[in-house]
Design a protein around this ligand. Structure first.
Ligand SMILES: [Zn+2]
Length: 404
């Protein structure tokens, strides 16, 4: 079976290097979206640039591109923005030189995630050249705001799609999902995340006259001990156990002879599909209230949900990408929900979404790089995915319908 297609109208390795040469550190577009738009337009895609802004946040440019009008619409989602390179002189090669040397593509964004964008563009180009767009549509949902606050990126693009009756039916996100080797891991979901602040309000006073004061620190410590003792769950079919971490305890009391007035702690919970952000907020509030009642203390909780957990249940779409990996690499990938959050947390409200990309070992680090061979193999995997998807287009269109 051929791993590389000599007839590709886009060379994924050269294209990845070209994208790396665009210095697109969030929120700068850096020429990366222009370059992608130019290539996709040449292939026949209809491109929409979608810059968004709002007060207090940087203006961010984004790109939605689609070829074909038929359903289903297979979408590739990703980001052209990159994290800053840090001290450029610490790098073996310039972070934005786009150097390909001894079979390795070097530079900021090589793994996260210009390499996978180039691979999907090359795979789509080859498919379109061979098969056209009769069986369905291919689209790109590319933001310039994934590594930043993610306010003017994917969320607003998805709203734009809704407003324009633009439907995406299944989505693959090109984040670097493999810990060490290509083909190790597909992400089929992510844990949720919620942050909370616990505040103990006491009464300031002299340490020598404790009956005239109310020390908030023991109240807070008791509340934290109760929270730390909670067992949230034992894990679920697709998830590891949920985890509550106390991330900081702050009293900021400089004096040795003063009982402080307030004490504060922060917790973060990474949670699985047994919980929602709100159910955990309720649990923490109830636990803290019980401590407060017992101690006659004033303890309050404020909370912010960063994202809910989600999982794309194993089924035809999960099978298809797993089989595509196995076909090209001869290994069965693990289906995982580990790691931090990604833009998949927004896309899952619109259609089934999976994540599969390059090896993430060097992402966000000095000397970010990927083997050129990995980008070629990933192109072959994406091509297999596209072929398989449109070969069963009717079934995939029906799967989306049945989900409502
Ligand atoms: Zn990324």
């Amino acid at each position: 079976m051929p791993v590389t297609d000599k007839a590709l109208p886009i060379d994924p390795v050269a294209f990845a290097a070209e994208l790396i040469r665009c210095p697109s550190v969030t929120p700068a577009e850096g020429g990366a979206l222009d370059l992608l738009e130019e290539r996709l337009t040449a292939l026949g895609f209809t491109c929409h640039r979608l810059p968004f802004e709002e007060p207090g946040e940087d203006r961010v440019d984004n790109l939605y591109a689609r070829i074909g009008t038929a359903a289903p619409n297979l979408c590739f989602a990703g980001h052209t923005d990159v994290v800053p390179p840090g001290n450029a002189s610490d790098w073996q090669v310039g972070p934005f030189e786009g150097t390909v040397k001894d079979g390795v593509i070097w530079g900021r964004g090589a793994a996260d995630m210009k390499g996978s964008i180039a691979a999907f563009a090359a795979a789509a180009a080859a498919y379109i050249k061979a098969q056209g767009t009769e069986a369905g549509s291919i689209s790109f949902l590319i933001t310039g705001d994934e590594e930043g606050p993610a306010v003017n990126g994917t969320v607003k693009m998805l709203d734009w799609l809704d407003r324009h009756n633009e439907q995406i039916d299944h989505c693959v996100v090109g984040e670097p999902t493999n810990p060490h080797e290509l083909g190790e891991m597909i992400k089929i979901g992510r844990r949720g995340s919620v942050n909370m602040v616990i505040t103990a309000q006491g009464k300031q006073g002299h340490v020598a006259y404790p009956h005239l004061a109310d020390n908030p620190v023991p109240h807070l410590v008791a509340a934290l001990a109760a929270l730390d003792a909670l067992e949230l769950d034992q894990g679920t079919e697709h998830f590891q156990p949920s985890n509550l971490e106390i991330t900081t305890v702050d009293v900021a009391n400089e004096a040795t002879n003063v009982i402080p007035a307030t004490a504060r702690a922060r917790i973060n919970i990474r949670f699985n599909d047994r919980h929602t952000g709100q159910s955990l907020i309720d649990l923490v509030k109830n636990t803290v209230s019980a401590v407060a009642a017992k101690r006659d203390a004033t303890l309050t909780v404020s909370a912010k949900i960063s994202g809910e957990s989600f999982v794309t249940q194993p089924g035809p779409f999960v099978d298809l990408i797993a089989r595509s990996v196995e076909h090209v690499l001869g290994r069965a990938p693990e289906l995982s929900t580990t790691g931090g959050t990604s833009d998949a947390r927004f896309i899952k409200n619109h259609c089934p979404v999976l994540e599969f990309g390059l090896v993430g070992e060097t992402m966000h680090k000095v000397d970010e790089r990927v083997p050129a061979h990995d980008v070629e193999q990933l192109t072959a995997i994406y091509r297999r995915l596209i072929d398989g998807y449109f070969a069963e287009a009717a079934a995939f269109a029906a799967e989306k319908q049945s989900r409502g």
